[in-house]
Write a protein that binds this ligand. Structure first.
Ligand code: 7RM
Length: 652
């Protein structure tokens, strides 16, 4: 059992991994972590080369790292085919008939692909791509639902050296066009549709709409996921091809050719501070090494684990922790197509029970939705197969952390709160589950080889509990190599604050023990009467109140204090809101953080504006409180109506 030690002086909860967990974990003690961390920082080349050697290379590298800031080359001179580490190697290491992917569709059908079957599918699809004239370095867009074919498509691109760019299936035709134009893709892989909350998402139709504007696509390969009237598909002759028809015409054998370690692997678009998404470019050898090693140490993947990451492959989490990292580790993983609340909020826990999931990785926003839905959902399922939990995407509020720990983890599972970004490729700051003492709300300590620090404006490292900019001072293998087609923006965004140092764009502080507390994106840090205050801190305080399900906090110019605090609050179902409640919440925040943090205004809303990946769009809320309206592009919003309703409320 993991136990919690109450520290009476600070009132903090410190959770330490159970002995039984540590005993079998790769990293068993803090002493071991510290020794390895020290070595990895002093001699990163040696540390990472040791990890990289566990992967399959056709030609060994001559130099682990060549660094000319801000450009890194890892495993220089090395040649590999990423697909060999993720798939082929398992055909000869005893895992050929082991389940690689156990997939469940939203309607309930289930399919298992062994590593041998995955290999055949990937080889077949690689041959389909070749038959379409796709060559190394060509960009291929992938716009698919959460089916094994999405992973197969990614791996097949990697296998032939093509550069995939996955677009989340929830994005609109308009978003597809922007990205197609930016990377000048030659082919698209899509599906007739996918199931989400009982409805069919018409993916191929969205592609057709996008292709009215972007004319450089030579082939569209369509996987038949739905295959019925529910997803009518128009095929354009000479351009559109059914996956299964092509598969019948090509060989299922394909020999993996080696590519340079720095060969581009994929481009993934992510939002920045401007409207135009950034195409983050990752390359083969370093990215694979980073995702492989983090899965091994942070998720402690073992041969008998059943791992489940609930992210979509359209996000970096899906790339690193569904496709590349887990497969390179030869683990068995669950993949689920649909929504967490279909048919109800018990679905995830049904899956955990049915497939005996042992490692579960999800986002705080999902956890808060589960809290809101009610405890009876997890309580009525057997979750005893779980041994390790993870979170990613935003700071987790202690309230959600504790719920996750007790209701999902049965107080027995360590929780790894993993901080990282699309740009970092792999997890950078996280507990190691067998050794790191954790406190709800902190991502704790840097991973091996990660020289994380917090700097002030002058470039000095700040003292304990002082806020500053989170930076990484040394290159790491899975770091982004550039923003595709925009070197200038690459430099400006990440490397201009301090010479040779990567600026993450997040604010953070370190406590006396060295734990990193991420306070949120820097544009979300408020300064109230000269006090630095993370919007995340106020949100966390609000969510700690028993009526609150979720909240978003933004700053607004304030005559006297510099910035005032505006809170948007969603209450749990069945609870009535009132002015009295707003007052109570103000007092509550004052009680938890201090009077300084009391929101000046509180707006109740049935939902918060979120991107489709579940991130709260504070930028919109900020604009809304500042100007009363929202301009610009809101096509990435999950629910447009939320904004118009709030606008109405603010007018009153
Ligand atoms: C993996 C991912 C990156 C941004 C990042 C942070 C925030 C992510 C955490 C977190 C606090 C965490 N990539 N973030 N994980 N903040 N604790 N454990 O989310 O590119 O989409 O977003 O997400 O602000 O900069 S991402």
């Amino acid at each position: 059992m993991s136990h919690s030690l109450k520290n009476p002086s600070s009132g903090e909860n410190i959770f330490k991994p159970a002995k039984e967990f540590s005993k079998n974990a790769r990293i068993k003690s803090m002493a071991q972590y510290q020794r390895m961390y020290q070595e990895s920082i002093e001699k990163p080349g040696i540390f990472w080369a040791k990890e990289a050697r566990e992967l399959t290379w056709q030609k060994k590298w001559t130099k682990a790292l060549k660094w000319k800031a801000p450009y890194a080359k890892w495993f220089v001179g090395g040649k590999l085919n990423v697909c060999e580490s993720c798939v082929d190697q398992h055909l000869s290491n005893g895992r050929a008939n082991k389940a690689a992917i156990i997939w469940e569709g939203e309607p309930g059908e289930s399919r298992t692909l062994t590593y041998r079957q995955l290999h055949r599918e990937v080889c077949t699809f690689a041959n389909i791509l070749l038959a379409q004239g796709i060559q190394a370095k060509d960009r291929v867009m992938i716009y698919m639902p959460m089916t094994p074919e999405a992973v197969i498509a990614m791996l097949a691109c990697a296998r032939i050296g093509a550069v995939h760019s996955v677009i989340f299936g929830g994005f609109s035709a308009e978003s597809i066009v922007d990205r197609l134009e930016d990377c000048e893709a030659k082919a698209i892989i899509t599906s007739d549709g996918g199931y989400r909350r009982g409805k069919v998402v018409p993916l191929k139709k969205n592609v057709d709409d996008a292709l009215k504007k972007y004319k450089k696509i030579e082939s569209v390969i369509v996987h038949q996921r739905i295959g019925s009237e529910e997803a009518p598909v128009k095929m354009k002759r000479g351009r559109d091809f059914w996956w299964h028809e092509q598969a019948a015409q090509v060989s299922s054998k394909h020999e993996a050719k080696a590519f340079d370690s720095e060969h581009p692997l994929f481009i993934l678009y992510t939002s920045g501070s401007t409207g135009k998404p950034k195409g983050i470019l990752h390359t083969a050898g370093g990215y694979l090494t980073g995702t492989y090693a983090t899965c091994k140490y942070i998720f402690d993947m073992q041969d008998d684990d059943v791992y489940w990451c609930t992210a979509d492959v359209g996000w970096i989490t899906g790339h690193s922790y569904i496709t590349y990292g887990p497969l390179a580790n030869g683990v068995t993983q669950v993949m689920y197509e649909g929504a967490p609340n279909f048919p109800d909020f018990g679905r995830f826990w049904d899956l955990v029970e049915k497939y005996q999931v042992s490692i579960f990785y999800t986002a705080p926003t999902a956890i808060r939705a589960f809290i809101k839905a009610g405890d009876h959902f997890p309580e009525s399922r057997d979750l005893s197969s779980l041994r390790l939990l993870g979170t990613v995407g935003e700071p987790i509020n202690p309230e959600a952390w504790r719920w996750y720990h007790s209701k999902i983890g049965g107080e027995r599972c360590p929780i790894v709160d993993t901080w990282w970004q699309t740009e970092t490729g792999a997890i950078m700051i996280s507990p190691l589950p067998g050794c790191t003492p954790t406190t709800p709300g902190t991502a704790t300590l840097p991973f091996f080889g990660v020289d994380a620090a917090i700097l002030d404006e002058t470039g000095q490292e700040v003292g304990p509990n002082e806020g500053g900019k989170l930076v990484i001072r040394k290159p790491w293998p899975s770091m982004l190599r550039t923003i595709y087609g925009d070197k200038k923006r690459y430099r400006n965004t990440y490397w201009d604050d301090y010479p040779g140092i990567y600026t993450a764009g997040d604010g953070a502080r370190r406590d006396k023990k060295g734990n990193f507390w991420i306070t949120g994106r820097l544009d979300d840090v408020l300064n109230v009467s000269g006090h630095r205050l993370g919007t995340a801190e106020v949100e966390s305080a609000l969510v700690a109140h028993k009526v609150v399900a979720e909240s978003a906090v933004v700053g607004r110019p304030h005559e006297i204090k510099g910035q005032g605090i505006v809170a948007f609050v969603t209450v749990k179902s069945g609870i009535e809101t009132s002015d009295t409640m707003a007052k109570e919440l103000r007092e509550h925040v004052g009680h938890i953080i201090g009077a300084i943090a009391k929101p000046d205004e509180i707006y109740f809303t049935p939902a918060l504006p979120k991107t489709r990946s579940g991130k709260i769009m504070r930028r919109l809320l900020k604009e809304l409180v500042a100007s009363g309206t929202v301009s610009g592009n809101i096509t990435t919003l999950e629910d447009h109506k939320v904004i118009s309703d709030l606008q109405e409320q603010l007018r009153k």
